[in-house]
Ligand binder design. Structure first.
Ligand SMILES: C[S@@+](CC[C@H](N)C(=O)[O-])C[C@H]1O[C@@H](n2cnc3c(N)ncnc32)[C@H](O)[C@@H]1O
Length: 326
């Protein structure tokens, strides 16, 4: 007997235009070869798993760049549902794909002290594949998120994700995670505040403010977890056959600087100046400090890093796939 066709859950539509921060991020990464190459590799990896007529979930779809790159790589008919917990980021993706009958957006609802899981949002055993790019390293309650993804998948469903902030014991010296760079820019920014007269107004109680700002800094750029942690949690929620590999990419200094100049990210790079509610003057100063710190870091790379050259440094992305057993 044919199974009954399940109705699609009601999808999300924004009630305001995409935020400036989301648009700024989108523009900084969509033209950056290192970001697009890493997603292109991800698309190739996913291509081996996704089949005609699949329902694919892009978890942490953000402004839609990962979905765009997936669609470029896979020449099949399939549906994509974009999931995110941020209305302002997903709003940008909604604008991009509006009118495409195969694409829908869903916003994870905030519950008391967590976001609803994927299975709570789209239902159990609905998806053929869940993909996720540049997102898993941001999620604090990783195991609950993995469980929600597991429950949302049909038997034999694939979970495939990628991040350039997954740490590995054997990462080659000189090959950076993006977070290593963010932390170095933070350190150099503090050095600038401590030594440059122009920014001495931010010197007062700096040590105390570093302590207070840490939670916000680590919320936007959490400490990287080891690859083994991801593998262990995947197995603990029931996923089988976890497989991982990594690939290095050249990151042009000019492209990385555009990323570092996204104002919404600067809140997390140097929250000691202005925090979340910075004044226009603090926003300008923060940008100037972060930009100088970035140039100092690039100089260090050029002088001391064997995997860097005059134009670029090297960063790596880690790719993981796993399946829900039948
Ligand atoms: C760096 S962006 C990646 C966007 C897109 N996948 C790409 O590769 O360009 C990370 C996204 O993860 C989302 N995110 C962060 N924490 C999340 C969570 N707990 N659940 C779902 N999405 C989350 C953010 O709102 C953001 O849109």
């Amino acid at each position: 007997m044919e199974g009954k066709q399940l109705e699609d859950p009601i999808s999300w539509e924004p009630d305001q235009p995409a935020s400036r921060g989301a648009t700024e991020y989108h523009n900084a990464v969509i033209g950056a070869p290192y970001y697009i190459e890493s997603l292109g590799e991800f698309g190739n990896f996913a291509k081996n798993k996704i089949k005609e007529n699949d329902l694919v979930i892009d978890f942490g779809a953000g402004t839609g760049v990962s979905t765009l790159e997936l669609l470029k790589k896979i020449n099949l008919h399939f549906k994509v549902w974009l999931i995110d917990n941020s209305a302002s980021w997903l709003g940008k993706a909604y604008e991009l794909f509006k009118g495409n009958p195969n694409i829908k957006c869903f916003l994870l609802q905030k519950k008391e002290n967590r976001y609803s899981t994927l299975a709570e949002t789209i239902g159990k055993e609905r998806a053929n594949d869940v993909i996720s790019a540049n997102t898993m390293h941001l999620i604090p309650n990783l195991k609950d998120t993995f469980k929600g993804i597991y429950d949302s998948l049909k038997p034999d469903g694939n979970f495939i994700f990628q991040s350039s902030n997954i740490d590995r014991e054997d990462r080659e010296k000189g090959v950076m995670m993006i977070d290593n760079c963010i932390n170095r820019v933070h350190e150099l920014s503090l050095e600038i505040i401590r030594t440059e007269k122009k920014f001495e107004k931010y010197k007062m109680d700096l040590d105390k403010r570093i302590e207070i700002a840490k939670a916000l800094r680590k919320f936007i750029f959490p400490d990287a977890r080891m690859l083994e942690v991801y593998i262990e949690y995947l197995k603990e929620v029931g996923f089988k056959k976890p497989y991982s590999y990594y690939k290095a990419f050249k990151v042009k200094y000019a492209d990385f600087l555009k990323f570092l100049k996204v104002k919404a990210l600067q809140v997390g790079i140097l929250p000691e100046v202005g925090g979340k509610d910075a004044t226009p003057e603090e926003i300008n100063d923060r940008d100037e400090i972060v930009t100088s710190a970035a140039h100092m870091m690039f100089k260090e790379f050029k002088e001391n890093n064997a995997r860097a050259d005059d134009q670029s440094f090297t960063s790596e992305s880690v790719y993981i796939s796993t399946v829900k057993s039948a």
